[in-house]
Design a protein around this ligand. Structure first.
Ligand code: ISE
Length: 329
């Protein structure tokens, strides 16, 4: 699928599970782009993934990879705590970036990225909330928009993983896993979340010592809708994501009864669509076709409230600036 003369040349930074999956996708199924550079803190992993992408070279330092002359755009799949500096480097280099969620791991740094991009005056950042590209989510959104369900009143979310990496802490479940339900809520209901409560039952005995899993979150939206989200990441069973919207005149559920090994299988097509559309947007000079830096900031602000609620057990108001206060955001 690649034409070395006209393709978008992409650096993939961070080639763990998600980054390696993106390298395979860009190499095997995405038109108009190929991987020119691979970078990872683990040199052996970078080498072995680069070998799967014809023509790709390894650049050890992610900041060298971002500014490399043979890199037109960046796919960022490094660990969340590395995102802030790497996204800023992309902005400074004027390179479009598809940043895996979360944009950053706290709201203040996400907001400063929003401000920095607005000051540059060019939208370069897309955030990888892949569910927005999933056919089921788009179908559910259509039922909301066309009025089939009437005005939505409630939403129920279930998000289960068989297991998560050993670095996961209780707050990571909010920032890395619940964050998808935050974005799904904003996407499906089309409004902001204004308050969050996170409660935890007795922990799953199979969860690592100290990990508060499962977690139950309650989101309140600006117009008064309620969303409950169960996140349970040590089920030992498989990947399950389902979402139900209950409206004034009907309800609809997606994902029911579907259990896959992990997110790559469940959302494989959504990732393909997301990356293909992003490549086309970048080649057309638009750089963003999907959730942007603002969406990344909004999700971070809600997750910050979620982490505080997890720690205190109380309902926490979301502290978020008004978008109109940042011209160009
Ligand atoms: C992971 O990073 C993802 O994004 C998955 O979709 C989610 O299910 C998982 O909990 C996260 O760790």
């Amino acid at each position: 699928m690649s034409d070395a003369t006209t393709d978008l040349r992409i650096a993939v930074i961070g080639v763990g599970i998600m980054g390696a999956d993106h390298v395979a996708r860009l190499t095997e199924s995405i038109a108009g782009a190929h991987v020119s550079v691979v970078s990872d803190a683990d040199a052996a992993r970078a080498e072995s993934v680069a070998r799967t992408a014809p023509g790709a070279r390894v650049v050890a330092d992610p900041f060298d990879a971002i500014i490399a002359a043979d890199v037109d755009a960046v796919v960022l799949a490094s660990p969340g705590p590395a995102h802030e500096a790497q996204v800023i480097a992309c902005l400074d280099a004027g390179k479009p970036v598809l940043c895996e969620k979360p944009l950053t791991t706290d709201a203040a740094s996400a907001l400063s990225i929003v401000r920095r991009q607005a000051a540059i005056g060019q939208r370069l950042i897309q955030v990888g909330f892949m569910r927005r590209f999933d056919a089921d989510y788009q179908g559910l959104r259509a039922l909301v928009v066309d009025g089939t369900l009437g005005t939505p009143l409630l939403m129920h979310c279930v998000h289960r993983n068989a297991s998560v990496p050993s670095h996961f802490e209780s707050a990571t479940i909010v920032k890395d896993s619940l964050v998808h339900e935050v974005d799904a809520t904003r996407f499906l209901l089309g409004e902001e979340i204004v308050a969050v409560t996170v409660r935890t039952p007795t922990s799953n005995p199979a969860a690592p010592q100290g990990l508060r899993d499962p977690q139950l979150a309650l989101f309140e939206t600006a117009s008064g809708k309620l969303v409950d989200a169960e996140v349970f990441v040590t089920t030992g069973v498989g990947y399950e994501v389902r979402t139900e919207i209950v409206g004034e005149t009907g309800s609809a559920i997606i994902g029911h009864g579907r259990v896959t090994a992990d997110f790559r299988e469940h959302f494989g097509r959504a990732y393909d669509t997301e990356v293909q559309r992003w490549v086309e947007a970048v080649r057309a000079g638009d750089c963003v076709d999907g959730p942007d830096a603002w969406d990344g900031y909004a999700a971070a602000a809600v997750c910050a409230a979620g982490v505080e609620s997890l720690e205190t057990g109380s309902r926490v108001l979301v502290d978020m600036v008004d978008r109109s206060s940042i011209p160009g955001a």
